[in-house]
Write a protein that binds this ligand. Structure first.
Ligand code: ME8
Length: 640
C-alpha cells in the first residue's frame, strides 16, 4: 500500500472573501487529507493564496490600500477562516513569498533560454476578473467574457508567449496513455477535444500593470498570473531552492499526487501546467480531480449578483460540522451541486438530526437505562446482530473505496447505510421488550453492544468531515483516546470496563419555517436600477435631513408586530414616539437611557397601526444590527 500522498487545492485569489462555493475545494481536500492520514499515509496537504495580477491591483485601488496590504489582510482573514473550519493543512503558500517569486522568475528565464518562451506581440480580449484571454469566437454578446459574463478589454501589447503548439501532440499522447490523469472522464474528454481543436501559443506576460513577478531580463514585463500561480505546487515543496527535500519526497518519489480543482480552471491545470512541466523536464506526477460548482437557484455564487453565502454566517448559526457535512455531501465529483437554505436545513434535519443524532442518543440512553451506563458485551448473536455486523463491514470497505477515488459524496452515502441500518435494527430488535424479561437479558446486551460498536465505526468513518461530532461520539463511548486507523477498522472492539459518558444532543432540530423567515428578514435589499440612478444626492438634498440626539426614555414591544419596538424619545424639550424594526436585536429594556441618532424631520406615519414620528439610525451587516449612539452630547443636540 502507498504510504505517502500530496494533496493540493488551487490557491485562492486574494482579491475577495471566500464564500461557501469556493470554500468547497478546501473542505473537500481537507476531508480527503484526513482520510489519507487515517489510512496511515504521510500526507502533505497544501493550500494558499494567489496574490499577484491585475485583479488584485484593481481590488487594492478600490479598497484604498497597496496591493501588499490587501493581500496581507486577505491572507490573514482566510487563514483564520480555515482554522475555524477545521482545515488542517500542512502548508499555506502565498505567491508573494520571496522564495516563490525567485523560483518563478528563474523558471521563466529557463523557459526563455530554451526557446519554450519567445517574445512576440499580442492583441486580444482580456477578462480581468478571470485573468484570461479569449479569442473573438469565444466571446459572449458585446465581447463579454464567456466564463463570467463581464466585459473584456481589448489589449494590444508586446508579450512573451509559451509554446503550446509544440507540445500539443505529446500532451495528447500523455492523456491517452494515462486514463486516470483527469477524473471524471467527461472532463478528460473535454480537454482532449480542446487540444484536438488546435492549441494557440499562450501569452504569458503583461506590460499594462505592475503587480506581479517581473521578468528578470526585461522587467517591464510582469509574468502572467497563471504561470506564476501554477508553480506554487512545486515551490511549496522547496523546488528550486537549497532545500528541496519535500519535493524529492512528495513529488519525485511519490505516485499519489492530487490536484483538486473546480471545472472553471480545468484548462490551466490540464493543458498549460503539464506542458510547462514537459518543457522543464519535470515529471508529471499529478492526477486531476475536477469538481463542479455549488450553484444557487440563480446561478453561480458571486458577490456582484448578491447571492453569495459566507461560511461564517452558517457556522455561527449551525456549527462547523453542519457546513462541512453539507458541502461534502452536496457535490458529486464532476457535477454541480445546489445551495439553498431550505436544502441545507432539510438535509441537516434528515441526515444529521434524525439519522445520526437519534441513533447516538437512543443508544446512549438505553445503555444508561438498562445497564447503568456500563457498555455490555455480546454473549449471544441473533441473525439481526450478524446482519448489522455485515452492514458495518461493508460500510467500512465501501466508504474507503469511494474516498480513495475522491467520491466523497458516495462515501458518505455508504457510511449512512450503516447509520440507517442501525436505526432500523433498534426497531427490529425492540430492546424495550427484551428488557422486560430476565430471560432475554443476554440478547439485550448483545443489541446494545452491536449499537455501541456501530457508533464507534461510524465515528471513525465520519471523522474526515464531521470532526467534532466524531470526537463527541468517541468520548460518549469512552474511546476518545483510541487512535484508530481506517485501514485496520473492523467490527468487534472490546468495551469491557467501559462506561458511556454523557454528551449533549449532537444536533438540534431546526424549524424550517422559522429559519427561512429569518433569512427572508436579512435578505439584502438590492436597489432597483432606477433607485441606483437616483441614489446620488447633492449637499442641498443632504441638508434637508435634520438629525438630532434623542434619549430613549421608554420602550416597549409593538402590539401588532414581533419585529418592531415603540420608543418614547426625548429630543430637547419634546418627547416623540418612534417605531423601529429592531426587536430582533434589542430587548426594550436594553434601549432605555441610550442616546441615539434620530431623523427628526421625517413625515409622520402609522406603522402597523401605531403612530411614528421620526427614525432611529442603525448600522447593519447581514444578521447584525446596532443603533448609533452618542456618548457625551445631551438630547436635542444637532448632528451635522
Ligand atoms: O481559480 N462552487 O482561484 P479562485 C465550487 N487563483 N467551487 C468553486 C465555486 C463554486 N461556486 N467558485 C469557485 C482561482 N470555486 C485561481 C487558482 S491555482 C494555481 C490558481 C473553486 O479563488 C474554483 O473552481 O477563483 C477553484 O477551484 C477554487 O474555488 C478557488 O477559486
Amino acid at each position: 500500500m502507498c504510504k505517502k500522498c500530496y494533496i493540493s487545492t488551487p490557491i485562492y485569489y486574494a482579491s475577495g472573501k471566500v464564500q461557501i462555493g469556493n470554500s468547497y475545494t478546501t473542505v473537500a481536500c481537507d476531508a480527503f487529507a484526513r482520510f489519507n492520514r487515517l489510512m496511515g499515509r504521510t500526507t502533505f496537504y497544501l493550500t494558499g493564496m494567489d496574490e499577484h495580477g491585475q485583479k488584485i491591483e484593481e481590488a487594492s485601488k478600490k479598497a484604498n490600500m497597496t496591493p501588499q496590504e490587501l493581500v496581507d489582510q486577505v491572507a490573514s482573514d482566510t487563514k483564520k477562516l480555515w482554522q475555524t473550519m477545521g482545515i488542517d493543512y500542512d502548508y499555506f503558500i502565498r505567491t508573494t513569498d520571496k522564495n516563490h517569486e525567485e523560483v518563478v522568475a528563474k523558471i521563466f528565464e529557463r523557459l526563455l533560454a530554451n526557446d519554450d518562451i519567445y517574445l512576440g506581440s499580442y492583441s486580444g480580449h482580456y477578462c480581468v476578473s478571470c485573468e484570461s484571454f479569449f479569442t473573438k469566437t469565444q466571446l459572449g454578446e458585446n465581447d463579454t467574457c464567456p466564463d463570467c459574463g463581464k466585459p473584456t478589454k481589448l489589449v494590444s501589447e508586446e508579450s512573451y508567449f509559451l509554446r503550446l503548439k509544440k507540445y500539443a501532440s505529446r500532451l495528447l499522447q500523455y492523456i491517452n496513455e494515462h486514463e486516470d490523469f483527469i477524473v471524471p472522464a467527461t472532463r478528460r474528454n473535454e480537454v482532449i477535444s480542446f487540444i484536438e481543436s488546435g492549441l494557440e501559443d499562450l501569452c504569458v506576460s503583461r506590460t499594462s500593470f505592475s503587480w506581479g513577478i517581473k521578468v528578470p531580463s526585461n522587467p517591464k514585463h510582469v509574468i502572467y498570473v497563471w504561470i506564476d500561480a501554477l508553480f506554487n505546487y512545486l515551490t511549496a515543496l522547496g523546488y528550486g531552492s537549497s532545500d528541496d527535500k519535500l519535493y524529492q519526497e512528495f513529488w519525485l518519489n511519490n505516485d499519489h499526487v492530487y490536484h483538486v480543482v473546480g471545472k472553471d480552471i480545468l484548462r490551466f491545470h490540464a493543458i498549460y501546467w503539464p506542458i510547462m512541466l514537459m518543457a522543464l523536464d519535470i515529471p508529471i506526477k499529478f492526477k486531476l480531480y475536477v469538481h463542479g460548482w455549488i450553484l444557487t437557484k440563480d446561478g453561480k455564487m458571486s458577490k456582484s449578483k448578491g447571492n453569495a453565502v459566507y461560511p461564517m454566517d452558517l457556522i455561527n448559526r449551525y456549527g462547523v460540522d453542519a457546513l462541512r457535512y453539507y458541502l461534502t455531501k452536496e457535490l458529486p465529483l464532476g457535477n454541480d451541486g445546489l445551495f439553498s437554505y431550505e436544502r441545507f436545513i432539510l438535509r441537516y434535519n434528515a441526515e444529521l438530526v434524525n439519522d445520526l443524532g437519534n441513533l447516538v442518543s437512543r443508544t446512549l440512553s438505553m445503555v444508561n437505562k438498562y445497564f447503568d451506563g456500563q457498555i455490555p458485551c455480546a454473549k449471544v448473536k441473533t441473525s439481526y446482530d450478524l446482519s448489522l455486523e455485515q452492514v458495518a463491514t461493508d460500510a467500512i470497505q465501501k466508504t474507503i473505496q469511494c474516498f480513495e477515488e475522491f467520491r466523497l459524496q458516495d462515501g458518505i452515502s455508504e457510511t449512512w447505510q450503516l447509520v440507517r441500518r442501525a436505526n432500523k435494527y433498534i426497531d427490529e430488535t425492540a430492546p424495550w421488550i427484551l428488557a422486560k424479561d430476565e430471560a432475554t437479558k443476554d440478547a439485550l446486551a448483545s443489541v446494545l453492544y452491536h449499537l455501541v460498536e456501530s457508533l464507534r465505526i461510524i465515528a471513525v468513518l465520519v471523522s474526515p468531515y464531521l470532526i467534532s461530532t466524531s470526537k463527541k461520539i468517541l468520548f460518549a463511548i469512552d474511546k476518545e483516546k483510541a487512535n484508530y486507523r481506517l485501514d485496520q477498522l473492523a467490527f468487534g472492539e472490546d468495551f469491557s470496563q467501559a462506561k458511556v459518558n454523557k454528551i449533549d444532543n449532537l444536533f438540534q432540530r431546526l424549524d424550517l419555517e422559522k429559519e427561512l423567515a429569518y433569512y427572508e428578514s436579512i435578505k439584502p435589499q438590492t436597489p432597483t436600477i432606477q433607485e441606483e440612478i437616483q441614489s446620488t444626492i447633492n449637499m442641498e438634498d443632504f441638508s434637508k435631513v435634520v438629525l438630532k440626539v434623542g434619549e430613549i426614555v421608554k420602550c416597549e414591544k409593538h402590539p401588532n408586530a414581533d419585529k418592531l419596538l415603540v420608543s418614547q424619545i426625548k429630543i430637547g424639550t419634546q418627547t416623540r414616539q418612534i417605531v423601529s424594526g429592531i426587536a430582533n436585536y434589542y430587548k426594550p429594556e436594553e434601549l432605555i437611557g441610550k442616546k441615539v441618532v434620530v431623523v427628526a424631520n421625517l413625515a409622520k406615519a402609522k406603522i402597523r397601526g401605531v403612530e411614528s414620528e421620526g427614525m432611529i439610525l442603525c448600522a447593519s451587516n447581514n444578521d447584525q444590527l446596532e443603533v448609533l449612539e452618542i456618548k457625551n452630547l445631551p438630547s436635542g443636540a444637532i448632528i451635522k
